[in-house]
Design a protein around this ligand. Structure first.
Ligand code: SAH
Length: 416
């Protein structure tokens, strides 16, 4: 932990430069009293409960989130000194300065450290901006400037996640992580849609096996010592390529490496991720999964199109359009899909969209059903086109739509 200090003068010049003493409190099963039940209390309770504290909330009214928590005790009462009986720590977080002052004064008399949420220097303790990553617990105090402490905290966490800060991992990043394979979903292509879990896995990777559709900025951030295997460049056809991917994952993991298998979207949505999990398990290689933001939902959303909307669509179905209807290997029940009222979301459908639209119409879906086509969702080259089922094939030809693209078929495609 570290502190950035530089206090204001709320409590007078005598104390102006005295920094607080940062400590990590072990609160497991220890009574912590939070007075107040609003959003500030809610946030403090989250951190205290995560530390295992026996949290007691004292407030006549609390937020719905606090009310729903089964791991805390809520006393629907006004604050009284006896509430502090047995407490190790207290937080005064009401919106009433007098009540907060009373809580703080009572805690002071009982030598219980107490945070005063509305007046940082009014209490005997202050709450740092905190973050955790990879077993590190970070706390920042900025002398009563919460925006600054939060910003520093977020910057440090982001730098640790991306590997820009080594975080003391001088013998190689994330040495506490065991060798094995982590299957990571990288989202549809925009760096904002990469999860923190994905970034953390990448920060400690020694080998990254990447698909074509992953955000290139992620790969650019990898250290020079990280081996990058670009699957798109592996030789041979599709099926053989999957075997080669499995083989390289297993071989590197068995050589003691931390391997990240980076895939576009979510690895379990038309990503063959589970085949890789099965291959690792069969080879005795430890494997874990970091889910990703799937293009099926995020690409329409990036174009402002919801998968569902009250009164418009009560279900959505995601399907692969890589095989035409009637293909012997197709597992799609086209008549059933044509009979649905909601949203059909077609991935990998650029080539077959004409056959798909024709089949849906033959099976009874209206020719004027709205359709949206989103090409390169989340990328600078994103294009959105709106049409109807009867005209979608022509639209793809006229506009020269290329993969990757998502088709949204149904009334939601006309919204916005
Ligand atoms: N596992 C991925 C999907 C893999 S199949 C996921 O969960 O997103 C590949 C298909 O995903 C593409 O053919 C396209 O239909 C869709 N796709 C992925 N990224 C896309 C993007 N940025 N824009 C549009 N479609 C995308």
């Amino acid at each position: 932990m570290f502190a950035v200090t530089g206090f204001g003068d709320e409590n007078g010049p005598m104390e102006a430069d005295v920094p607080p003493y940062l400590a990590g409190l072990r609160l497991e099963r220890r009574r912590v009293v939070v007075v107040g039940g609003g959003p500030v209390a809610q946030r403090r309770v989250a951190g205290l409960a995560a530390a295992g504290a026996d949290v007691v909330v004292v407030a006549p009214i609390v937020t719905a989130t606090l009310e729903a928590r089964s791991d805390i005790t809520w006393l629907a009462e006004r604050f009284a000194p006896l509430h502090l009986d047995g407490a190790w720590y207290a937080v005064a977080a009401t919106d009433d300065a007098e009540v907060n002052a009373a809580v703080t004064a009572e805690a002071e008399a009982r030598r219980i450290f107490c945070v005063r949420a509305d007046l940082g220097r009014g209490g005997s303790a202050v709450t740092p901006a905190t973050g955790t990553i990879d077993g590190l617990c970070l706390g920042v105090l900025a002398g009563g400037d919460p925006a600054r402490s939060a910003a520093v905290r977020s910057e440090v966490i982001a730098a640790l996640e991306s590997g820009k800060l080594a975080g003391g991992r001088s013998t190689g990043p994330g040495t506490h992580r065991a060798a094995g394979v982590t299957l990571v979903g990288a989202g549809p292509g925009h760096p904002d849609l990469v999860t923190t879990g994905a970034r953390a896995a990448l920060a400690s990777a020694e080998v990254v096996v990447a698909d074509r559709l992953v955000p290139q900025s992620l790969l650019a951030e990898l250290g020079d010592d990280v081996e990058l295997i670009d699957v798109a460049k592996l030789p041979r056809g599709r099926a053989a390529r999957q075997e080669e991917i499995n083989a390289v994952l297993i071989e590197r993991a068995q050589a003691g490496k931390r391997v990240v298998r980076l895939k576009g979207g979510d690895g379990f949505v038309f990503g063959r991720g589970f085949e890789e999990v099965e291959a690792c398990v069969a080879a005795g290689v430890s494997v874990s999964v970091v889910p990703g933001v799937t293009s099926a939902l995020s690409v329409p959303a990036l174009a402002g199109i919801p998968a569902t909307h009250r009164g418009v669509a009560h279900e959505f179905t995601v399907l692969s359009g890589h095989l035409p209807p009637g293909h012997p290997e197709s597992l799609v029940n086209w008549p059933a899909l044509a009979g649905l009222n909601g949203t059909l979301i077609v991935l990998m459908g650029v080539e077959q969209i004409g056959a798909i639209a024709a089949e849906l119409m033959t099976r009874g879906k209206a020719a004027h059903t709205p359709v949206a086509v989103i090409e390169n969702g989340g990328l600078p080259t994103q294009r959105v086109r709106r049409t109807e089922l009867a005209h979608v094939a022509q639209c793809v030809t006229d506009e020269d739509i290329k993969p990757p693209a998502v088709f949204v078929i149904g009334p939601v495609a006309a919204l916005g």
